[in-house]
Design a protein around this ligand. Structure first.
Ligand code: DC
Length: 211
């Protein structure tokens, strides 16, 4: 049976970096599940289709090919906004969750990061991490990344976007963002990504020994 590591948390908490590093270290497959919502939203936008027609969005989600997901194309801010709207629809979630669950069976193991991995997609995962940080710290990181990439960015605008995204992700009726009861909390507000990685390693190594 494959070994599953579930990583959840709000936008810009550092879970993507952590997930990639864990996958590399253990030789596991990695899926950023946010990309599946982003790709669904982008396909709708590209085709000029509405973002709030559940039947149309479900069809697009069912046809999604996980092999073709590309973070550089999908990382645009507008696509993230559209993705969080698409992500409130239950039929879209059901289609994408099934694809994510298939991915999770890949041998020898898989790291999935998102919002509902420990609670809905892989509730049986032997390791569940909930990576978080204050909205201010996350906005600061996002802002600095935008500046480093040569883009204009205003901290207050980024902070207000982060808060809006949190509200939408935590407030939706279907699979809201929240830590699983048995998740280990990693607050990266005052912890480097290196320290978070070391903490995660201890938890994973202990779980691998038990398995
Ligand atoms: O992590 P991200 O910014 O790429 O996610 C984009 C949107 O997709 C986010 O607003 C919430 C949604 N999402 C979700 O509902 N469930 C997941 N497992 C991953 C992302």
């Amino acid at each position: 049976m494959s070994f599953i590591i579930a990583i959840d948390g709000p936008a810009a908490a550092g879970k993507g970096t952590l997930a990639r590093r864990i996958a590399e270290t253990y030789g596991f497959h990695h899926l950023d599940t946010g990309l599946t919502y982003r790709a669904t939203a982008k396909a709708l936008l590209d085709a000029g289709l509405p973002l709030d027609d559940e039947a149309v969005a479900e069809k697009v989600a069912l046809e999604l090919d996980l092999a073709g997901l590309d973070r550089t194309v999908l990382s645009r801010h507008e696509i993230g906004e559209a993705a969080s709207k698409v992500a409130v629809m239950s039929k879209v979630r059901r289609a994408l969750v099934l694809a994510q669950q298939r991915f999770a069976t890949k041998e020898p193991g898989a790291v999935l990061d998102g919002r509902d991995i420990g609670t809905v997609v892989c509730p049986e995962a032997p390791v569940k991490l909930y990576v978080t940080a204050s909205a201010e710290v996350r906005a600061r990181r996002r802002h600095d990344e935008m500046i480093a990439a040569g883009n204009a960015a205003d901290y207050e605008t980024v902070l207000s976007d982060v808060k809006k995204r949190d509200e939408r992700d935590m407030g939706r009726a279907d699979s809201p963002l929240k830590p699983a009861e048995d998740a280990h909390l990693l607050d990266t507000s005052e912890m480097s990504i290196e320290a978070a990685f070391q903490a995660a390693r201890h938890l994973i190594d202990a779980a691998l020994k038990r398995n």
